[in-house]
Every structure is written in C-alpha cells, then in structure tokens.
Design a protein around this ligand. Structure first.
Ligand code: CA
Length: 227
C-alpha cells in the first residue's frame, strides 16, 4: 500500500486530507509538529510527503532542505502546501527540492491527480512496487500477473486492462473510460471490444465475475475484497 505522510498543523485540513486519501486507498500518517518530521519519516517510511509551508517552530522550506540532505530520502516525492500564492514562494519551494506545489485552498481532485502523477514518476512506486488488489498482484517492471501467487498468462491488451483496473482498485470504470485508457479513444473501437477483452481477461484469470466485477449499467471494477 502506498503511504502518504501529511505534515500539517491545521487539524481540519489534516482530517480532510486523510479522509480523501484513504478513500483512494492510500495509507496515511500524520505529523503535526515540524520538529518531529525526520523521525516520523524514518519510522513510517512514506512514499510521498504533503508538506505544509507554514508550521510552528520549523518552516516547511527548512524541513524540505533537511529531507533532501538525507541520502536515503533525497528522491522522496514532496508536495508543498501553502496558503500563499506568491510566485516567489513557489520558486523558493521548488528550489529547496519540493517536486510540486499547491496553494490553499486547493481542489482535492487536483491534489489527488498531482499525487498520482508524482508517484508514477517516482521509481519506487511505479516500477518496483507491485500493484495489489485482493488476491491479484501485478509486477509492472516484469509485466507479470499473479493470482494467489500463481503466475497468470495474459495478452498485452488484457494486461493493460487489468493494470488500469488495478491502479484504482475498487473504482468502477465505464466502457468509455476503458476505451479511452486502453485504446486512446480510437473511434473504430466499440464498447463491445471492451467486453470481449474483459471476457478474455476473466478466462485467463479463471474468474467467474468475482475478481473482475461487472457493475450493472456502469462498467467494470476489480474486486479488492476477494480473498
Ligand atoms: Ca500551517
């Protein structure tokens, strides 16, 4: 599971972030006190940090610098959160090593999109960490899929389909979503094509609709509760 550390002293915002991140199946941990950030990072080993610019005692900028000085954490994805919209602050934040920057009040969907983009860029999450959904595991670097730790052979389209579903476990994808994601919205590809490949995917997984769920009149999702 991908873990996100929230370094923020505004409790209301912490709660809002936690709620929304956990809904997206991220694990969260929180640090309210700027002076404890490094020990929290070492203990929790997060995959990404949301870092408030204005913290009591220590500034987000100083924390960012400190994190970057650690060899182990120099590639840690960091998104700065700030109340100020000043361009010079943005430049400063990025110059001390933040990967991205959001000005409060920000939109949660935009933050989630930035988090995803950043995680995809960071090699730890995208290349070396397997995607896991219930009993399914997908290794992106070796292009292998496992069901209950047993290797499953998939065609390239089925692999991409499953990858799309597993990147957002539990989320329902419409046929249109999948057409856009897998076939790039090619107008010659029809809804039925999605169904054909879903059928092949299920066959390869020996799934009777329990793993790849059909959600009536909306689309497909991968079942994360399957044991
Ligand atoms: Ca603050």
């Amino acid at each position: 599971m991908t873990k996100i550390l929230i370094v923020e002293d505004e409790l209301g915002l912490v709660k809002l972030l936690q709620y929304n991140l956990e809904r997206q199946r991220y694990e969260t941990c929180v640090c309210l006190d700027g002076s404890k950030v490094m020990s929290t990072i070492i203990n929790e080993q997060p995959d990404l940090i949301l870092l408030d610019w204005m913290l009591p005692n220590v500034s987000g900028v100083d924390i960012c610098r400190t994190i970057r000085r650690h060899v182990q954490f120099k590639n840690m994805p960091i998104i700065m959160l700030t109340a100020r919209g000043d361009e010079s602050d943005k430049v400063k934040g990025l110059s001390v090593g933040a990967d991205d920057y959001m000005t409060k009040p920000f939109s949660i969907p935009e933050l989630l999109a930035r988090i995803q983009a950043l995680l995809r860029r960071s090699s730890k999450s995208a290349k070396t960490r397997p995607l896991i959904a219930g009993i399914l595991k997908m290794n992106l670097s070796s292009k292998q899929v496992f069901k209950n730790n047993e290797l499953v052979e998939l065609g390239p389209t089925e692999f991409r389909l499953l990858q799309a579903l597993m990147e957002k476990p539990g989320v329902v994808f419409s046929r249109n979503d999948l057409l856009r994601l897998i076939w790039g919205g090619d107008i010659h590809v029809q809804d039925r094509t999605v169904d054909v490949h879903i059928r092949r995917l299920r066959k390869a997984l020996s799934d009777d609709g329990d793993l790849i769920r059909t959600v009536r009149s909306s689309g497909y999702s991968v079942n994360i509760d399957k044991k």
